[in-house]
Design a protein around this ligand. Sequence first.
Ligand code: GFB
Length: 317
Amino acid sequence: MQSLNERVFIAGHRGMVGSAVVRRLKAAGCTQLILAERSELDLCRQEQVEAFFQRSRPETVIFAAARVGGILANASQPAPFLYENLVMAAHAVHAAWMSGVKRFLYLGSSCIYPRDAPQPIPESALLTGPLERTNEAYAIAKIAGLKLCQFYRQQYGVTYHSVMPTNLYGPGDNYHPDHSHVLPGLIRRFHEAQAAGKDSVTIWGTGTPRREFLHVDDLAAAIEHLLSLDDPPDVVNAGSGHEVTIRELAEIVAEVVGFTGEIRTDPDRPDGVARKLTDSTWLRSAGWSPRIGLREGIAMAYEDFRARLAGDRLRTV
Ligand code: GFB
């Protein structure tokens, strides 16, 4: 942000990313955060979005609203993953431009890159090959969103740009047993196995895919940093630079939770893409670097999980 007094609309402030951004900007001293509950603003409804922007007049928009989920949710619900993410982005970018918003930061995902992209994946790999099948719908919507920003910037001279985070985790994650991402899925499964005294836990797939994880508070710092730059590139990756296999991840979760039984795999479940390590050289050279290590971050996420479980506040959407 150029100034702490700017009117900043955070779309999706109830989600894991949006709430981390709210925490970060409040701590930085931002005084005019604009937040809207879903009952007040349905981003899938164009008239509502346009009326909201005309009424609330944000100067900066951080677009963290999305239908998100893990590999199973993506693969089994491609229609709403494409439709909702596509129309939300289209409505918000267009309404922002019509109401005079000069700065718009769109949140994408590292799954926009081709399945067989070189590793680590540079931003230049975009649209150079076929996508991973299990999240094609989400990826197509996110590519359309980042292209909207790129083309509005190119044609209208507004600073609309995008950040592509790697696999995220942290407080307020979704712990749905089937639809969550791998890390909250494993935290829940290992916690329940430990509590029930089970002697084994089965993880999905072969355990061999590699993933890179970034704590959502590190992403919030990246977002704040990107917004402080006058002329960022259209698309910027944000990753930790550190990848683990799913089995290694499960071993860390087991250790954090205190589960000492056997870890089994289930090769009938989908693995998804084999590797997805982002190249964040640009963002690092611009002055951002992640601070939260994976083990430390998982321990923090587990604390959050337990607190929410005890308070009956676990998100399972
Ligand atoms: O996090 P995840 O669902 O999504 O799965 P992706 C990552 C890997 O973990 C896959 C394995 O190889 C899964 O088979 N896995 C093992 C599990 N146990 C579990 C479990 O209990 N739950 C889940 N969910 N996975 C997503 C995309 O891809 O990444 C989204 O579908 C988005 O579009 C997101 O881009 C960041 O990393 O494969």
